[in-house]
Write a protein that binds this ligand. Structure first.
Ligand code: SF4
Length: 208
């Protein structure tokens, strides 16, 4: 099996890491959440800072009920399911196991694969080189577009046009470009107030 052909029934999933922290970015910034980072990604962004997560076969699979039990033991009210690209997996069993323990489920996805599972919040972070599916755009509660150059504003609008009227819209500076692009983002939001700014506050707080 390689990273592009993940075939499990979703009852056990390859885990890169799990940790209880505070969500640093997007709509749920500042809220306590148990992060579940699943292995496997075929989106392969050149700037990816978690390339080690791409090949799912490098990571041990864990039973989803055990994962949910660990989140409950941490007293986490919410779980962020992220990756890698988590939608490469069948997420129904994991979201059910978390909901059975009263833990809300939040998804972070590039929206490039079919959705599965039941989520209380879906954050779509689209990538230009591998655009999201219509299903992902329709189901997004939050669209978070990473901005590193001025061209990215047009891409952000393209994605926003594919979401629903209730989807919240965020522009987030790419971390290494923040100094250069931030003034443009501020001006853009002043002219287009349907957008909000998301910052990677966990990096300022020195938390994972
Ligand atoms: Fe990395 Fe996420 Fe892009 Fe996958 S989708 S390559 S994990 S940034």
């Amino acid at each position: 099996m390689n990273s592009n052909t993940i075939q499990t029934d979703g009852h056990s999933l390859p885990i890169v890491e799990e940790f209880y922290t505070v969500q640093g970015e997007g709509h749920n910034t500042g809220r306590a959440a148990y992060f579940i980072r699943l292995a496997g990604c075929d989106v392969r962004c050149p700037w990816c800072d978690s390339k080690h997560s791409w090949n799912a076969s490098c990571f041990a699979c864990h039973n989803v009920k055990d994962i949910a039990a660990r989140a409950e033991s941490a007293h986490a009210p919410h779980a962020v399911i992220t990756g890698g690209e988590p939608t490469m997996h069948h997420l129904g069993p994991l979201t059910s196991a978390l909901h059975d323990l009263g833990i809300a489920t939040w998804l972070e996805t590039s929206g490039t694969h079919q959705l599965s599972g039941h989520f209380d919040w879906i954050c779509l972070s689209p990538k230009r080189h591998m655009p999201p599916t219509d299903e992902a755009c329709r189901n997004a509660d939050e669209l978070k577009v990473i901005i590193s150059t001025h061209d990215d504003f047009a891409w952000a609008e393209e994605c926003a046009a594919r979401t629903t009227d209730t989807c919240l819209l965020y522009l987030q500076p790419e971390w290494d470009s923040t100094h250069d692009i931030m003034p443009d983002i501020v001006e853009y939001v002043k002219l287009h107030p349907q957008w909000r700014i998301s910052l990677q506050t966990h990096k300022f707080m020195n938390i994972p």
